[in-house]
Ligand binder design. Sequence first.
Ligand SMILES: O=C(O)CCC(=O)C(=O)O
Ligand SMILES: [Fe+2]
Length: 302
Amino acid sequence: MDTLLDSRDRFRHIMANLQGSRLISEVDQAVSRASGTLPAEQMAAEERGGVASRSLAHHQVSPADAAAARAATGRLTWKELPLHEPLFDGAFGCSVFQVPTFASEAECEGLIAAAVKFAALYEGKGQSLVRVPVASNSAARRLHSRLLERLLSFLESEMPALALSLFGQDTELASMNVSYSAGEPAVNIYKSGGEFKPHTDNEHLSLLIPLDGPGAFGGGGTAFWRTATHIKPDVPYNMLLTPEQNERNRWTPPDHCLKPALGTALLFGGAVLHAGLPVTWGTRPLFVMSFTLRPCFVSRED
Ligand SMILES: O=C(O)CCC(=O)C(=O)O
Ligand SMILES: [Fe+2]
């Protein structure tokens, strides 16, 4: 009974949040750069911050990092790309959200530098996509913690209805337990020929951040499909496609391909079908993090 009431309350809360909310259609929010503080400047201020005093679900975040994350979310705007009509008001699983300038240029550069330094460890011979786990080095870990903190603050303050529907709460997200898709968070480095075939990430939320602008490579970009499969109807479909079935000439064209500016966050739910399209020249570095948040239960000794 309690559970039923809880879920009804939760639903009411979601609907209340949606009244007049920005989530119903594609809307650009007004830019609130009241302070005019640039992320790079905030970063410099953060670097002077003190020792970690609280943990962000496995991550040590300095008070300065946490404060800067909160301040930084106020300047962020977002827009929604609905992949198809939601089945009901407040269904988020079928949209891609874009948050420009989510990561600063300096943060993108820092992640590239850290990934490139360790790429050789994860690179197979002739491989055109290398996935460098953030766990491989402390510089990348620190940048990842900062981005995660910023994302959770952003969700709490700017997209509480989304947070509530995904995680079951819209506050104290940083105290929840976070788990990631295997090998993530990571920096994907695509070279010519590199691609990521269509798939779903199957976690609560995926965050992609291009670390370099669309001028740095040809081809590439993240493709999205509206439907659960990208295979033409004449191909016999099963959940585990053979490589032959998954040939590109058997794909239906993607419904969208996004190549946003460096530092833009792309956010989407775990059921959204997407792919990294083949890079034809240059290098395409991308931060990727698919994660799930669960309540942090504390065992009690009676
Ligand atoms: O390259 C992309 O845009 C997509 C990458 C991706 O989907 C992944 O790493 O899970
Ligand atoms: Fe993915």
